[in-house]
Design a protein around this ligand. Structure first.
Ligand code: GLU
Length: 412
């Protein structure tokens, strides 16, 4: 989508009308603090040089250092990175963790790179941005198609440049080098806690709930496994190659083994193949988009049959779809709350790195639950006070009020 950032910022304008925040104060939040674009030459395995473009957008650091993932995907562009950085600023404020927002990316299809090319590209990115990141400046983390190994290379390269071991420059690292227990499953577990609590509020019994999960990467897959283990019925999953549907429920462990063997979920023996588009329109209670932006838009919103949408991806519901869904009574649990578990445990990882003192998994998960439940309660109360079913609007009110308060206290 060409004007993703403009559409995202629109949400701010709605909040300003509701909360009488001055034009000037909001003007600060309408644009990123800093946009950096760096050229990244990499020697490929065939000896040829290929020049990639690396982006980092530092949105706002009023409440703490910039924080946000690093995305490697062919669709990455500056408008998208700006949008994702803005959402991180809102997310950190909703979660009430002491960070501003940031995001980085490279337009690349990682499936076309060898492991050593991927390492050289990551190290080139780190060198390109070494002066702009740091434990008290800006802390990257995994996002779409980046993983703990990539974070390890980033941490290693940065530590070499600075001449000191600096694990707190990045989160989502492998546990062997300062990663936090529970970080890999944190986004999924946080989303699960939120969903369970929302169902309890709506008095919907767990055994009546069927779920369809779009996206079988780290977040979608772990969410499906956690939800199934807790007694929910997962009837559909998909990855970029297509999806599977069995109205009686899927055996996820077997689907996972099948994906490991064939590299996609489709053509699994005891389920029907369906397209990603059809998955979004299935008759389920809860739809969980866990892949990319704008999969639910004005065209397909009227065909969505789910009663609840749990946004584990960033921005899966396009602006125009939201009104249609809300008129149909669909409750959208917005990304800035639903997937905040990842950055919450990133915060715990950073704290552990700075303290050189590590927590066990039970402590991480217990603190995650407390932090995300507090965020949910605050958003829910705000939504009730607004008298509607628009959780995104409530989340933005909570975030903008916190950001503006911090701005006023610090001064400009
Ligand atoms: N990429 C994740 C997100 O969009 C995590 C960011 C982080 O941990 O800093 O929330």
């Amino acid at each position: 989508m060409a004007h993703q950032f403009k559409a995202a910022i629109n949400q701010l304008n709605k909040v300003s009308q509701l909360r009488h925040i001055t034009y000037d104060e909001l003007e600060i939040l309408r644009r990123p603090d800093r946009v950096i674009e760096v050229s990244l030459p990499v020697i490929m395995d065939n000896g040829k040089i290929k020049v990639f473009t690396g982006y980092r957008v530092q949105y706002n650091n009023t409440r703490g250092p910039y924080k946000g993932g690093l995305r490697f995907h062919p669709q990455v562009n500056l408008d998208e990175v700006k949008t994702l950085a803005f959402w991180m600023a809102i997310k950190c404020a909703v979660a009430d963790i002491p960070y501003g927002g940031g995001k980085g990316g490279i337009a690349v299809d990682v499936k076309t790179l060898s492991l050593s090319e991927l390492e050289r590209l990551t190290r080139a990115y780190t060198r390109g941005f070494a002066d702009f990141i740091g434990p008290n400046i800006d802390i990257p983390a995994p996002d779409v198609y980046t993983n703990p190994q990539i974070m390890a290379w980033l941490m290693d390269e940065y530590s070499h440049i600075k001449g000191e071991n600096t694990p707190a420059v990045v989160t989502g690292k492998p546990v062997e080098i300062g990663g936090s227990l529970g970080r890999e499953t944190a986004t999924s577990l946080g989303g699960f806690y939120v969903l369970e609590q929302v169902l309890a509020k709506l008095k919907i019994a767990k055994h009546k709930v069927s779920l369809a999960v779009q996206g079988f990467g780290n977040v979608g897959m772990n969410f499906a496994l956690i939800a199934q283990a807790a007694g929910f019925q997962i009837v559909a999953v998909s990855d970029s190659g297509g999806g599977l549907y069995n109205e009686k429920g899927l055996d996820l462990k077997a689907v996972l083994a099948h994906k490991q063997k064939t590299s996609c979920v489709k053509n699994f023996k005891s389920a029907k193949n369906i397209s990603n588009e059809k998955l979004l329109e299935l008759p389920v209670e809860v739809l969980v988009p866990a892949a990319l932006e704008n999969v639910i838009d004005e065209n397909n919103a009227s065909r969505v049959k789910a009663k609840i949408i749990l946004e584990l991806a960033n921005g899966p519901t396009a602006g125009g779809a939201e009104d249609k869904l809300s008129k149909k009574g669909v409750l959208v649990i917005p990304d800035v709350l639903a997937n905040a578990g990842g950055v919450i445990v990133s915060y715990f990882e950073w704290v552990q790195n700075l303290r050189h003192f590590y927590w066990d998994q039970a402590k991480v998960e217990d603190r995650l639950k407390r932090q995300i439940m507090n965020a949910l309660e605050k958003v829910w109360q705000t939504m009730e006070a607004q008298g509607n079913n628009n959780m995104r609007e409530a989340a933005y009110i909570v975030a903008v009020e916190r950001l503006v308060k911090a701005l006023r206290i610090r001064g400009i």
